[in-house]
Write a protein that binds this ligand. Structure first.
Ligand code: MF3
Ligand code: CO
Ligand code: CO
Length: 263
């Protein structure tokens, strides 16, 4: 396995890509509310990425994907397709996943959960899933193995009675949307895939956590992944850079508290 190490010039371009992806999530947040339809949210993000950022929404036409963002509601695990006929309602939870490709050709990939109105079960799931992401980010530094990150995610999810999705994983990212390494979120590595992190690597961590079983299936549209048992699923994602001393969260949002990284 040959995991790309970014040059200082590429790292600057990744920083810009990460900032752009974060800015889309900041822009769209006030529009996510009961009654909004996901087709309109897709259009708003698409227009912002193209017209305000001068960039491209990477999902559009990616292996035939039909829209510019992913909107995954309730039991949808990931890759939910925005749809003008799909209105958000009180109590829904939704993951919105944004990937921007800058004019320089570099990718920033990030997703967050939105809770529409109120959901006690949904709030707990979303909080624990974000904690899974944060616990693993806190471990990132040169010399750490990917399996150590996966174990931290799985331990925290299962300690809270949840399961970790196995059918989708995080990934290296750069001029290519998905590159080496694969970043599993559960302890299932083949030993040869269990690489040690090194400064200059860029990758995502994007745990998908289910209230019920970890099993998923893809609907007939070829994209929408759902939990087989219809249980709720949540996901959070950041694009990361491994630094000499630890980690830089390239897709950090302005209001996001990452003080847990100060150590
Ligand atoms: N953004 C997703 C990821 O985190 C990938 C979406 S690919 C698409 O890797 F085609 F479904 F948009
Ligand atoms: Co990703
Ligand atoms: Co993503």
């Amino acid at each position: 396995m040959n995991v790309p190490i970014k040059t200082p010039d590429e790292i600057e371009k990744m920083r810009e890509a990460g900032r752009q992806a974060a800015s889309v999530l900041e822009m769209i947040a006030p529009h996510v509310k009961a009654g909004a339809n996901t087709g309109e949210l897709d259009r708003l993000c698409h227009d912002y990425i193209v017209n305000e950022l001068g960039s491209t929404p990477a999902p559009l036409n990616y292996h035939g994907y039909p829209k510019s963002i992913c909107t995954s509601i309730n039991h949808v695990v990931c890759h939910g397709i925005p749809d003008p006929a799909k209105k958000l309602k009180h109590g829904d939870i939704m993951n919105m996943d944004i990937t921007v490709k800058t004019a320089d050709g570099y990718h920033g990939d990030s997703s967050v959960m939105f809770i529409v109105g109120e959901s006690i079960l949904g709030e707990r799931l979303c909080r624990v899933t974000q904690e899974c992401l944060y616990h693993s980010i806190a471990l990132v530094r040169p010399g750490v193995r990917l399996s150590t990150l996966a174990q931290a995610i799985q331990r925290h999810a299962e300690a809270n009675g949840y399961s970790v999705v196995r059918d989708f994983c995080g990934h290296g990212i750069g001029a290519t949307f998905h590159e080496e390494p694969q970043v599993l979120h559960y302890d299932g590595y083949a030993p040869e895939a269990d690489i040690e992190l090194a400064a200059g690597m860029c990758f995502t961590i994007e745990p998908m956590i289910n209230v019920g079983s970890h099993k998923t299936k893809v609907l007939r549209d070829g994209w929408t992944a759902v939990t087989r048992d219809k249980s709720l699923s949540a996901q959070w994602e950041h694009t990361l850079l491994v630094t000499e001393t630890g980690v830089e969260v390239l897709t950090r949002r302005g209001d996001e508290d990452l003080s847990f990284l100060e150590r």
